[in-house]
Design a binder for this molecule. Structure first.
Ligand code: 2M8
Length: 427
């Protein structure tokens, strides 16, 4: 399995970074690269550092790390929306490379720290020292300009920023985004040429994705006054868990590079406390996104609501209730799992076992939860989840996602983070 995973990463390597998949995603994606670097560190450490360096070299002047860095010469007609659509060159502070204007969950500091721990050489320390101020600037952007709610959490302006593009969590906040299908017909989706349309977001979803980029691009990706003008503003539990994990990782990185870990520890504690205060619902025992336009929590019980378990300083009460939710029939986490962990509540009427983030199993969600289970000393459950991850790949290969009942491979067949995170759990 290790050989298969390394071959998958080798096959997706492209000069100075790894593409998530040769068919569907022929550019560099932000959180994919972080997960991929974690796996590369086990087999190709030089490439792990190169991966992170390439991504962070495309950081904007305000600190944002773009969710896509476009390859200058991708296969023709390969991905929508491409660099022309984002038009980043006209935005103030954009880098020389063509990029998107939005972000993705900030799992990069954690990736850098884990890569360093695997190969703690002098070379790795130099790389870590190069990354450190850039990772700090990334946090500053997310907790500064993106703190639309004013409480210290990062606010997302597009479902693509969550990484869980069409999660049922985004249905209510998206419902009020004007969707003009005529707008979408002016573009051609490429994803449905590579993957079954039944496993992808709908055309209506895409119409709204396009409308949201149009709105953000019209303000040249500026964040001033978002509260009064932007049609999609949410605080996401997974994204903000990554934000907290990043401060924990930055504290460790600071120690390794001779900087002061104190401020990172303080910020980490503040993020966890705010997450509990703003996104925890005692009625469900899990976390939920907050829609800043209505002020309300989104009721859907998705895997997003379990991910705060990855925070080492999550209070015992929340640890206990999130574990209860994860072990309930909704998600089926167990020391011996009879089915893989789904991305959405499998008892919900809108659970769709084939459609992308609305039910299928994903290794990155498993991995985040697996880390949380180990952090909170639930080694029995961690072993069960790890066995499920290994079995998925052993049976179906390094697919992008998996059928949550049968484990059949779905989406792209040679997918980067599946290979990478498998390498990490096997190491
Ligand atoms: C998916 O998102 C992109 C848009 O960013 C797409 O559907 O075209 C998501 O699964 C996201 O989490 C992931 O980073 C990206 C590349 O793997 O694909």
């Amino acid at each position: 399995m290790r050989r298969l995973a390394v071959a998958t990463l080798d096959g997706n390597w492209e000069h100075d970074h790894t593409v998530p998949s040769r068919t569907l995603y022929p550019h560099q994606w932000s959180w994919d690269s972080a997960f991929i670097a974690i796996g590369l560190a086990t087999a190709r450490p030089d490439r792990a550092w190169r991966e992170l360096r390439t991504l962070l070299a495309a950081q904007w002047a305000d600190g944002r790390v773009p969710h896509i860095v476009f390859n200058p010469a991708p296969p023709i007609g390969s991905y929508f929306p491409g660099p022309g659509f984002w038009d980043s060159a006209r935005a103030p502070g954009a880098p020389a490379a063509a990029t998107s204007g939005i972000v993705q969950p900030p799992v990069h500091a954690l990736a850098a720290w884990l890569a360093y721990r695997r190969t703690p050489s002098e070379r790795s320390r130099t790389e870590l020292a190069w990354l450190y101020p850039r990772l700090v600037a990334q946090q500053r952007y997310l907790t500064g300009r993106r703190d639309v709610g004013g409480a210290g959490l990062a606010c997302l302006v597009h479902p693509w920023e969550s990484g869980l593009d069409n999660s049922p969590a985004w249905d209510p906040p998206l419902a009020t985004v004007p969707a003009d299908e005529a707008v979408l017909r002016a573009y051609r989706r490429h994803d449905t040429a590579h993957a079954d349309a039944a496993q992808r977001p709908t055309d209506l979803d895409y119409a709204r994705y396009v409308a949201l980029v149009d709105a953000y691009r019209a303000g040249r990706y500026g964040d001033d006054g978002l509260a009064g003008r932007h049609p999609f503003l949410v605080e996401c539990p997974l994204f903000n868990t990554a934000l907290g994990l990043a401060e924990h990782a930055l504290a460790a990185i600071a120690r390794a590079v001779g900087a002061d870990p104190g401020p990172h520890r303080e910020r980490a504690a503040r993020i966890t406390a705010t997450l509990v205060d703003r996104l925890y619902d005692p009625a469900t025992g899990a976390f939920h996104p907050r829609d800043l336009r209505t002020g309300r929590l989104v009721p859907a019980r998705t895997a997003l609501g379990l991910v705060p378990l990855a925070l080492p300083d999550l209070p015992p009460r929340q640890v206990a209730t999130v574990l209860a939710e994860a072990c309930s029939p909704r998600f089926g986490l167990a020391a011996r799992m009879d089915r893989p962990l789904p991305s959405h509540d499998r008892t919900a009427p809108d659970f769709e076992p084939l459609r992308y983030w609305r039910g299928p199993s994903w290794l990155n969600l498993d991995w985040l939860l697996w880390r949380g289970l180990r952090t909170h000393h639930r080694l029995d459950l961690a072993a069960g989840l790890r066995a499920s991850m290994v079995e998925l790949v052993a049976t179906a290969g390094c697919h992008e996602y998996f059928h949550p009942d049968t484990g059949a491979g779905l989406g792209s067949p040679a997918f980067g983070w599946t290979a990478a995170l498998l390498l990490d759990v096997l190491a």
